[in-house]
Ligand binder design. Sequence first.
Ligand code: PMP
Length: 433
Amino acid sequence: AFDTAAFWLRTNKFLMNTGIPFMPTIIKKAKGIRLYDVNDKILFDCSSGQMSSLLGHSHPEIVEVVKKSVSELDHLSSLMVSEPVVDFAEKLAQILPAPLEKSFLLNTGSESVEAAIKMAKCATGKFEIVAFSAAYHGMTQGAVSATYSHGRKWAGPLMPGQIAFPFPNSYRSRFRKPDGSYDWEAELEMGWALVDSQSVGSLAAFIFEPIMSAGGIFEPPEGYMKRMSIECKKRGMLLIADEAQTGLGRCGDMFAFQRDGIVPDILALSKTIGCGLPVASVSTSADIEKLALKGGYLWVTTHYNDPLAAAIASKVIDIVVRDNLVAHAAARGRQLREGLQRLQDKYWCIGDIRGRGLLLGMEIISDPVTRAPGFDIGKALSGKALELGLACQCGASSGTCVVFRMAPPITISAKEINQTLNILEQSFAFVFP
Ligand code: PMP
């Protein structure tokens, strides 16, 4: 039998503590949506690893392409380009709306945000970066400067010129009227007034996630991003979409910004495009590429444009397109949302259900009148769910609300959605007998 006590002793002795608590479950194998713990117990992975394993763990075709790439062409000098990399860039251009057509590869989300911000600064010759006030964009210095969560603490001095934009909090905004309607336009105007009053006249870009995931699954109302894009244009700012979690079909569109009828100037992809492996990319238009190159060279890192990363990303795109997974994610997302809504009808502690496609959030409250966050209830529910075989993350990086984040692999079947809902149902029945 597995020696759990010895495992945690060794963990605590040798693995550096970075302040993030580990879940109690120890996983030894992952396949598809299933995680297998050291005692062979099966859990459904409703967070796709860290929102990354878009097609499930160890998808056979991804395994195959990694093996092939590692044995034939693994890594090259940053000064050499290879066919898999160009194939990837062309493939990505085919699924992107014009004028986004030029891309390069990196490894992590933080890195892609860092590169996107640098591009925006070079292209505009300005340096101020505006981001939503509950955004999470990564841990490197540029990315964490545009991040408004616990990770920001002690990271200072941050990059100069960071401005927080009040995010559209559809659940708690003061711009919600007693009749339930939400005057987001007034809130947005107030946000820009705040930006304009703080700016030193060097606004470079607005960076956003189409659905703020780590922040608590907050989705701007329809029309909101269109207005944001107009306001950015007015000020000569670029729009950077960070689709780390939302890209490649998860939200029921190939890219989540497409719902809003906008095209960002720069698009950062990561997480989902590597299907659990370290792959990221940045895309832009030929015009912005030209502007960004004014200052000489823009980017080069050891694993930039690696053929291995390119082969993986190309395969992910192929599978998403071939298997019609965008429509599948939309349909399964509707099924999951309906199930969550049935739960909401039964349990007052579910204050709100948000998100779209297979990136859904269920907010847990401790008081239906004040909507106070249900920290203890969330802990009890997610603990019970884990015990019953459902791994999902419950919390929010801002620490101000408690949200179950449901982001299973988009290959999930209708039956697996029902099983997931069943476990949730049992968890609620246990906590509220
Ligand atoms: N952007 C978003 C929207 C993210 O969710 C994350 C990761 N949670 C990042 C950037 C940073 O990615 P990474 O952790 O791969 O550096």
